[in-house]
Structure formats: structure tokens, C-alpha cells
Design a protein around this ligand. Structure first.
Ligand SMILES: Cc1ncc(COP(=O)(O)O)c(C=O)c1O
Length: 409
């Protein structure tokens, strides 16, 4: 497999030729990525040509429905699941909220669910509120020194009453890639469902979902070069077992049971743009003609190799700098290129503003991982600085970030 052709990649993103963004380096990708041109083109075309109610028998309507079906089928194939297992909702937070309502009806008082304090609140709050229904909520806590979750601590929390465990594939602050399969196996051995937040993992290559072992796997397409939409893979077994949350007359339709609102048709159709982009990357790197799983695996490793090569110098700089307190591991292959940190003597907001003067766009705050930032002893009002990048990031942009930090600190 060849190396990532960065000129080709950046050529797929209009942001890199947008005059108003010239010279700006985007380091808040964990918040939201740039959209690839294919996403923008699908959305534009849908609104121009087929912005009608889909699935009726007139041409624009037929086409709209066909685009939506194709989007689901193509993304499902890439994720190695059936199209009936993939659901699109407004966001991950809304998807987890709906699934929590289903669990509320299904579980009995005294049943237990486990949440972590490493997760974004989207994968904590919805489940924690089940406490109102008499469900016992246990917290699997990070090691406060390393910010890592340890499987042994989860084992101690599992009991015969545990019905579900919600954890993150990759935290939006710590960025370690959690051993998802080891954890889902442990959870299944305890007879519970594994609910996995893949929002921070997927921008770096969408996974083979069955290989993760997740019963529910969430991610958000606006961080994966696409439209503002939440994606949720739900196992067929769970879909059949949990009470439906949609309209009563749709109770027998797996695709409508857990997405109660009328979906955003245009954005669903636009998922084709994300898939066109993934296919174009595969094709440009010699993976055309392979199976969907091989193409997906090829794109994953192209992204990861490029990101790891750029990440290691940043981790080396941060971990060795006397004034920087970096969160997470210092070896690139073990984590995503999302690096959160604070600097001695600096308010995080002030440092982020100073970096912005260098045309470096970083994020600052608790990033809705409030419980984590609190558990690590940071001021939740000021939070941490976060520099996050993806496969389209140029090595020069990372060098500029390192130089600016060196100058400022
Ligand atoms: C790790 C993680 N999980 C969940 C979410 C929530 O996703 P959404 O904005 O689609 O609700 C985010 C959003 O930033 C996130 O970073």
C-alpha cells in the first residue's frame, strides 16, 4: 500500500483553496472536520434537484428516496453491517437519548448500568438519568494520574445485575484508543450490552463494526467530512428486543423504531458524498476493485500512518516541554491525533487566543467531557487547550503549531 497522497487529499477539500481560510491551520477537527467537496456537491445537488418528500412515484421523489437508500447501503457496507443495522439521527447526543428511553422501559429497578468518567457527556448523561427509574448507575473511573480507563476496574463493577456498559472507543480529550474488543468481550461475558461511542475514533478511519463487538456504536458524520448527522449502528438482536421509540404504526419497521423524528433527507442523501470521498481515496491509492472491507481497511491504514507520522513529533515536543502538561500517552500508535494540554502560568483560553493570532485554530474548554476534566483536577471553566488534526493535515501545519508553542511558552 502506498503512502497517503496529501496533494490529492487536500485537493478534495474546498477549504484548502478558500481565500478567507488562507494561511489558517485547522486544529479543532475533533469538534468538526472540514467537509470534502463530494459532501458539498451532494448537498447542493439534492437541494437543487430533489428537495421534495422522498419515496413517492414521481421522478424527483423517487430519486430522493434512491439517494437516501444508496447512502445507507454504501456506508453500511463500509462498516461491514447490514443497511437495516445503520440508523441516522440528528446527532449522537440525540441518538443516545432515544436509546436511553428504550432502556428505561426495558430495565427493571435494581438493574445496573455502567458509565465512565472518560466519555463525552453524550454517552454518560442519557444513561445516568436512568437512576430516576430505580436503575443503579455505576461509574467506571479513569486513573486520575494517567486519565486512562483500566479493564480491571470495569471487572470490579460488573455484576449479575449489569445490563449495559457505555464507554468510549477513543476519548475526545485523552485520545487513547481503548481496547474495544477486549472490553466488549468482558461486558458480554457479564451478560450486558456494550454501548460504544465512536465519535472520536471514526474520523481517523471508520471501523469494521462487528469486529468491535459493540451492540450499539455511535458516531457523528460532521466530524467525518460529512453533513451534520449522527450515525448509529444497532445490532438486530437489540433492535428487536428493545421497545420502539417511534410512531406506533412503525413499530414493526427496524429502520424506524429508534429514529422517531422525520430524518433530514438531504443530509442522509449527502452521506453518499462521504462514501464517494472514501472510495476516491481508496482508488487513488490502488485499492479499487478490492472488497468493501479491504478498501475500508486500506483507507484506515493510510489515514493512521499519515496521522501517526505527524503526531509523534508533536507528542515528543509536548511531553518534553517543561511548562506543558499534556494529557494521554506519548506514543502516536496508541492514540488519535487529538492532543489536550495546559501550560503552567497560562489560562487555557488565553493560550488558545494567542495561538489564534498565529492563525492556528485550536479548541479550549471541557469539550463536554466535563466529568473527565473535573476528575483530572482542571478548572472546568477554563478547561484545557486541544489541538486535534486528521489525515488532511500538512506536516508544515504541525511544525507551525510546535513553533508557535515554543515561542509563546
Ligand atoms: C467523543 C464525542 N462523543 C459524542 C459527541 C456528541 O456528538 P453530537 O454532537 O453528534 O451529539 C461528541 C461531540 O463533540 C464527541 O466528541
Amino acid at each position: 500500500m502506498s503512502r497517503l497522497d496529501l496533494d490529492f487529499i487536500r485537493g478534495q477539500f474546498p477549504a484548502f483553496s478558500e481565500p478567507s481560510l488562507e494561511g489558517f491551520a485547522h486544529f479543532e477537527n475533533a469538534g468538526g472536520s472540514y467537509a470534502c467537496r463530494q459532501t458539498i456537491e451532494w448537498l447542493d445537488r439534492y437541494y437543487r434537484q430533489t428537495k421534495v418528500q422522498p419515496y413517492y412515484d414521481f421522478p424527483a421523489s423517487r430519486s430522493a428516496g434512491e439517494q437516501m437508500d444508496a447512502a445507507k447501503e454504501r456506508m453500511a457496507a463500509w462498516l461491514n453491517v447490514g443497511s437495516d443495522e445503520l440508523h441516522f439521527g440528528p446527532s449522537t447526543s440525540q441518538n443516545s437519548y432515544v436509546m436511553a428511553q428504550a432502556l428505561r422501559q426495558e430495565l427493571q429497578p435494581g438493574d445496573e448500568v455502567v458509565v465512565t468518567n472518560q466519555d463525552h457527556e453524550a454517552n454518560v448523561g442519557a444513561w445516568s438519568r436512568l437512576e430516576d427509574a430505580g436503575i443503579v448507575v455505576r461509574e467506571w473511573r479513569v486513573d486520575p494520574d494517567t486519565a486512562e480507563l483500566h479493564a480491571i476496574d470495569l471487572e470490579a463493577l460488573l455484576s449479575e445485575r449489569t445490563r449495559a456498559v457505555a464507554f468510549t472507543h477513543c476519548s475526545n480529550i485523552v485520545a487513547s484508543i481503548n481496547p474495544v474488543r477486549e472490553l466488549t468481550d468482558l461486558i458480554h461475558e457479564a451478560g450486558a450490552w456494550a454501548i460504544v461511542d465512536g465519535v472520536s475514533f471514526c474520523p481517523h478511519g471508520m471501523p469494521d463494526i462487528p469486529a468491535t463487538g459493540a451492540d450499539i456504536y455511535f458516531f457523528s458524520l460532521y466530524k467525518v467530512y460529512g453533513p451534520h448527522l449522527g450515525a448509529m449502528v444497532l445490532s438486530r438482536k437489540l433492535n428487536a428486543e428493545l421497545p420502539y421509540q417511534g410512531h406506533f404504526f412503525n413499530a414493526g419497521k427496524p429502520s424506524a423504531r429508534f429514529t422517531p423524528a422525520g430524518p433530514d433527507h438531504a443530509q442522509i442523501a449527502t452521506v453518499n458524498g462521504v462514501m464517494d470521498y472514501m472510495e476516491a481515496v481508496a482508488e487513488a491509492h490502488g485499492a479499487a476493485g478490492k472488497t468493501a472491507q479491504d478498501r475500508a481497511a486500506a483507507v484506515r491504514s493510510l489515514f493512521r500512518d499519515h496521522e501517526s507520522a505527524l503526531l509523534q513529533p508533536l507528542l515528543d515536543f509536548m511531553s518534553q516541554h517543561p511548562r506543558i502538561r499534556m494529557i494521554g500517552k506519548d506514543r502516536a500508535p496508541l492514540r488519535a491525533p487529538t492532543v489536550a494540554f495546559t501550560a503552567d502560568g497560562w489560562r487555557s483560553a488565553e493560550l488558545a487566543s494567542r495561538l489564534a493570532e498565529h492563525k492556528l485554530g485550536v479548541g479550549v474548554g471541557h469539550f463536554y467531557a466535563y466529568r473527565l476534566v473535573e476528575a483530572l483536577g482542571y478548572d472546568t471553566d477554563d478547561g484545557v487547550v486541544r489541538a486535534s488534526f486528521v489525515h488532511y493535515t500538512h506536516p508544515d501545519e504541525v511544525s507551525r503549531l510546535i513553533e508557535a508553542l515554543d515561542t509563546l511558552l
